[in-house]
Design a protein around this ligand. Structure first.
Ligand SMILES: Nc1ncnc2c1ncn2[C@@H]1O[C@H](COP(=O)(O)OP(=O)(O)OP(=O)(O)O)[C@@H](O)[C@H]1O
Length: 321
């Protein structure tokens, strides 16, 4: 019933494996190598399973990296391994991957891979700008070159550890900030031009993983919570404007939506993983999440640049109970 209600593509229950969830993501990796920007968004209340879905089993913010695939690993490790497998089938030296990890906390963008002169990682505040092309960019953001899946997963672990430690976040729960892990693939396509000489083109599609959730805390954490809720309502407003094909999309109303502008608008492919508790006591939160999914579902992806014959498509919504 829920599936029909919000038009979810697939619904997964407690007995479904991480592998079966990943099957939904696999085609998006092909799209990435075809040149599309892709974004997978995990959305849901505190404790609903966003981190479990995206990374796999973890204790607090500690996530262990394994060189070999693990039985229960989440979407990020599986996607990263599949990405390198796909790249290994391409001509050598044509694709390279860089990773950036950003936390959006109290409407600030924090670069979780920024280092000081001694190489120690520290969170540094960055700004998001609108470029002359209309897209968004974060000047000075750290991008780390990653030669294999383990490299990427190590950076993610570093980022997560740092996220848990910086500033007032010591006691804070992860749901009080948004985490954005982005993989940028540089593709060198060599084509023979009219004079018979080879010309190289560079293309930078990227794959963003985004974890976000609302929480119902009070007291000291209220400030963080109100920022979380404000950026999520800004996200909802952006999806609403895109769904109604309004000429003005309010990306710049929050740092989060400004940062994610190129991942949710334009011809980017968006997949929303709604993490929803099956428990009755969370019915309000669950309905809120389903409402968000329903709104995201109505967005029509615009400006398809690849094949003009391709139909406009909507984001895929995956429901995890
Ligand atoms: N599908 C699942 N199978 C087994 N355990 C799960 C599953 N989903 C979540 N859990 C467990 O439930 C707990 C909460 O999940 P998780 O930390 O992923 O939630 P979250 O949405 O990331 O929370 P927060 O927003 O507070 O960070 C964890 O102990 C996790 O291991």
């Amino acid at each position: 019933g829920v599936k029909m209600l919000i038009g979810a593509k697939e619904v997964f229950g407690p007995d479904d494996s991480q592998k079966s969830v990943f099957q939904e993501v696999c085609p998006l990796l092909i799209s990435l190598l075809d040149g599309y920007n892709v974004c997978i968004m995990a959305y849901g209340q505190t404790g609903s399973g966003k981190t479990h879905t995206m990374l796999g089993p973890h204790s607090e913010d500690n996530f262990t990296v394994f060189t070999e695939p693990q039985l229960d690993e989440g979407i990020i490790p599986q996607a990263v391994r599949e990405l390198y497998r796909l790249i290994s089938m391409k001509p050598p030296e044509t694709h390279s991957v860089e990773v950036s990890i950003v936390e959006v906390y109290n409407n600030e963008i924090i670069d979780l891979l920024a280092k000081d002169e001694s190489g120690a990682v520290l969170g540094v505040k960055r700004e998001v700008m609108t470029m002359t092309t209309g897209g968004s960019d974060v000047p000075f953001l750290s991008y780390e070159y990653a030669k294999n899946p383990t490299d990427i997963l190590n950076f993610v672990t570093h980022g997560l550890r740092h996220r848990a430690k910086h500033g007032t976040l010591v006691h804070a729960h992860s749901s009080r900030s948004h985490l954005v892990v982005t993989l940028t693939v540089t593709t060198k396509i060599t084509t023979a031009n009219r004079s018979g000489k080879e010309a190289a083109h560079l293309n930078f599609p990227y794959f963003a993983f985004f974890l976000s959730g609302m929480s119902g805390v009070t007291g000291a954490a209220l400030r963080e919570t109100s920022f979380i809720n404000r950026s999520l309502s800004a996200l909802s407003d952006v999806l609403g404007a895109l769904a109604e094909q309004r000429s003005h999309v309010p990306y710049r109303n929050s740092k989060l939506t400004h940062l994610l502008q190129d991942s949710i608008g334009g011809d980017a492919k968006l997949m929303v993983m709604l993490c929803v508790s099956p428990a009755q006591r969370y019915i309000t939160e669950s309905l809120q999440s389903l409402g968000f999914g329903a709104r995201a579902r109505q967005v029509q992806r615009g400006h398809i640049r690849k094949k003009s014959t391709e139909k406009k498509s909507s984001p895929s919504i995956i429901l995890l109970l």
